[in-house]
Design a protein around this ligand. Structure first.
Ligand SMILES: [Zn+2]
Length: 144
């Protein structure tokens, strides 16, 4: 099994998404996974739920993911905007993160479990020390 296949399965990615490449830097204690979607892939309109929307353009995004052992892990992807006949041009929702979040759903779920067990202040301090990526960490309940 190739490392990319392993990461794809571990992330639970389904078509059209796939892991295109990975970069592992042991000195920096960092793993970067680059996700992409297959050419011609279709998406659901985030506004009306209409399917079959093709990519109109893309924007690069990065999310902090759970550590890979003791290495920080980040997901990168070019996220498509689709042109829906009813709603116009909209940014699609990716299956691994909430729209507008700089963290993956799995990362946020662990943070919520920590907050429940240790309290908000202790968790906030722990996260603030460990994670320096831009993005909003929202401790509201997640739709999972
Ligand atoms: Zn729509």
């Amino acid at each position: 099994m190739r490392d990319l296949d392993l990461f794809q399965m571990a992330l639970g990615l389904v078509e059209p998404w796939y892991v295109e490449r990975s970069e592992f830097d042991p000195a920096a204690r960092r793993l970067d996974l680059y996700l992409n979607f297959k050419s011609g892939g279709v998406f659901t309109c985030p506004e009306c739920g209409g399917g079959g929307c093709k990519a109109y353009d893309t924007t690069e995004k990065t999310w902090r993911h759970l550590n890979f052992f003791h290495h920080e892990a980040y997901l990168h992807a070019r996220v498509p905007r689709v042109k829906c006949e009813r709603c116009g041009v909209k940014l699609v929702e990716v299956p691994w993160a909430r729209t507008g979040s700089g963290f993956t759903l799995m990362f946020e779920a662990v943070v919520l479990m920590l907050a429940k067990a240790r309290g908000y202040r202790s968790t906030r301090n722990l996260i603030a020390m460990a994670y320096l990526i831009g993005g909003k960490l929202d401790l509201k309940p997640l739709p999972i």
